[in-house]
Write a new protein. Structure first.
Length: 252
């Protein structure tokens, strides 16, 4: 049986989710023995053409060329997995979606007429079919390894649908929102980080994006009670998953 091939692709992003794969170290060596890593420019300049059994895609779609490239990658990939907030939600650069990108370009660039960009920053799923999505900024290494292992043996990856609050309870972490009035987005945020921030005595700031059915309206008065102004709340939600949180809040 042929060894399955793995390709890793970058679009508009900071490379942090690709670095999560590199940070797997010993586990990455095991993966490399089970899968042929044929394209991964963060690690090697070697580029081997498709088709690919698995493609990991980091970054958002921000230019016309990106649309063409993600379409070609989809056509060449048996399974396509988007990794990180940029690839799954448009990333922090999706703040442009709420403003005038032409105005931004005129301020930033001396020759904005040479800039080819889209008016929006969007996830890969807005343009092609995506098989699985790993959220986070960056993604969780355990979730990434489990996904790759699952694809190797032919089972469905275990991607949690619960909230960060659930992870706090499972770890026995005291709720910082209830017990200490520390502003926390755990009740409305998708699980996957292992309740990292609350376990370090910090409120969750939503880097894994909104949960499947987040009740943002119910959380709002609690955040105000704990000292956040309307502007503070806007800033809390306007980060890595700005468009997804904005959509959830508008729906309510």
């Amino acid at each position: 049986m042929d060894t399955p091939s793995l390709a890793v692709w970058k679009f508009a992003s900071c490379d942090g989710c690709q670095l999560t794969l590199l940070d797997c170290e010993d586990e990455l060596l095991t993966i490399a023995h089970q899968m042929r890593i044929v394209t991964f420019l963060e690690a090697s300049s070697t580029v081997i053409g498709g088709p690919y059994d698995v493609s990991l895609v980091e970054g958002s779609i921000t230019t016309p060329a990106d649309i063409q490239r993600i379409t070609e990658i989809r056509e060449q990939s048996k399974t396509l997995v988007t990794i990180g907030a940029c690839a799954t939600a448009g990333g922090v650069q999706a703040l442009r979606n709420l403003a005038d990108v032409d105005e931004f370009a005129s301020v930033v660039y001396a020759k904005p007429e040479y800039i080819e960009t889209l008016a929006t920053s969007t996830p890969a799923a807005a343009h092609v079919k995506v098989d699985y999505q790993l959220q986070g900024c960056p993604i969780d290494r355990g979730q990434l390894l489990d996904t790759l292992a699952a694809l190797l043996i032919g089972r469905k990856p275990r991607i949690p649908a619960k909230t960060v609050c659930t992870e706090c309870k499972l770890r026995g972490v005291t709720c910082v929102l209830v017990a200490e009035s520390i502003p926390c987005l755990g009740p409305v945020t998708h699980a996957g980080c292992g309740a990292l921030c609350p376990s370090c005595h910090r409120g969750c700031y939503g880097c894994f994006g909104p949960a499947a059915a987040p009740n943002t309206a119910a959380l709002l008065p609690v955040l105000h009670r704990d000292g956040l102004s309307d502007g503070d709340v806007e800033r809390v939600y306007s980060t890595f998953n700005v468009t997804r949180f904005a959509a959830e809040r508008n729906d309510r």
